[in-house]
Design a protein around this ligand. Structure first.
Ligand code: ZN
Ligand code: ZN
Length: 198
């Protein structure tokens, strides 16, 4: 399984393995047996963890069962669509710290990569890989209870069907979901995300 996952994510790292484990734990706690049962995943951070979650739960933006809550926490809410039963799984602090240690090392190396010669590059990446492997092995040996805190939660937001009501933004003219327009203007016109180059 890890080999296929490597193709999906690009590498095996502590956070992605935590995402995989957290999802398997969620499926167990929510008594999900068949692949047909739809689970909504609501990760609270944008990092490698989310690929592990997508991989196991089959949650994607396209299937609308992946909802990103950008609040910067090492946790994910898993919700069983048929009855709304939901749990929030959070990575324990010491495990987050260990994974961050690896993440910071990887970042340092990425920043210096352009200054390194081939030999140095190979060596640094090998060291990083070994370090990551050590943490992954450590995570692999731990029980779910050692790795995660779990809470039963009730979602306040209703998970609605894809909204199909659209309207043109009065400023740029783009067809936009009606619910996203404020005073008939799209968010980009209200607060630009990019400049248009001519
Ligand atoms: Zn990763
Ligand atoms: Zn607009």
């Amino acid at each position: 399984m890890f080999m296929d996952f490597k193709e999906f994510h690009g590498h095996i790292c502590p956070m992605s393995v935590l995402g995989i484990k957290m999802s398997n734990y969620a499926l167990k706690l929510l008594d999900v047996e068949t692949e047909k049962e739809r689970i909504i995943a609501i990760p609270e951070i944008r990092n490698c963890m989310v690929d592990g979650i997508q991989w196991i739960v089959g949650a994607t933006f396209g299937k609308t069962n992946l909802i990103f809550r950008d609040i910067g926490k090492y946790a994910c809410v898993f919700s069983r669509e048929k009855d709304g039963r939901s749990i929030r799984i959070k990575i324990k602090d010491d495990i987050v710290e260990r994974s961050l240690e690896y993440g910071r090392k990887a970042q340092l190396i990425r920043e210096r990569l352009s200054e390194m010669d081939e030999e140095e590059k190979k060596w640094e990446l090998e060291l990083l890989f070994r370090n990551g492997k050590k943490i992954v092995d450590y995570i692999e040996k731990k029980s779910y209870e050692d790795l995660f805190d779990v809470k039963e939660v009730e979602l306040i937001l209703k998970m609605e069907e894809e909204p199909l009501n659209v309207k043109r933004c009065k400023k740029c003219g783009d067809i936009t979901l009606k619910e996203k327009l404020i005073d008939d203007q799209c968010e980009d016109c209200l607060e630009p995300f990019y400049f248009i180059r001519d």
